[in-house]
Unconditional design. Structure first.
Length: 152
């Protein structure tokens, strides 16, 4: 189990917006039940309602997004307690188009002293607020992002 937990209502709207720009409408997210602090079932981001599924068997290092065209996008989840250099190395590795490792394998193989800070530079991530990228919602209408914890 991961030492720190994440708030899906805080973390996911910016992610959904970014994924939507690249892959089109996101309709479903699959998350590990033990990695996140609450269990919302739906999330409204702009005009879209995203269904959220919680799975005990999904690796904590993985988040799976399904697009409106039924494409699956696997994303690395880096725990908040991960040291900055290791997190930067893991994210750079996951984003590398030549990388063939799966998300859980990337976290497991993080070198003791990754060179991510020199290669990427910590200033790249300075705009992120509280590990959740809430600044990515700047300009977005806050009234159009809502978390749903009940089934409707």
């Amino acid at each position: 189990m991961v030492a720190a937990v994440l708030d899906p209502a805080t973390e996911l709207p910016g992610l959904v917006l970014a994924l939507s720009e690249r892959h089109g409408r996101i309709r479903h997210l699959m998350l590990n039940i033990h990695t996140w602090e609450s269990r919302i079932r739906r999330l409204t981001v702009g005009p879209d309602l995203i269904r959220i599924g919680w799975f005990d068997t999904l690796d904590p290092a993985l988040l799976v997004a399904t697009t409106g065209r039924d494409l699956q996008v696997d994303l690395l989840v880096v725990p908040p307690a991960t040291p900055t250099a290791a997190a930067e190395w893991a994210m750079a590795t996951a984003a590398d188009p030549t990388n063939l490792r799966r998300a859980p394998d990337i976290l497991a193989s993080t070198p003791a002293r990754p060179r991510a800070a020199a290669a990427i530079g910590s200033d790249t991530y300075a705009v992120w607020d509280d590990e959740g990228g809430r600044t990515s919602l700047i300009g977005a209408d806050p009234h159009r992002v809502r978390a749903h914890d009940g089934v409707a």
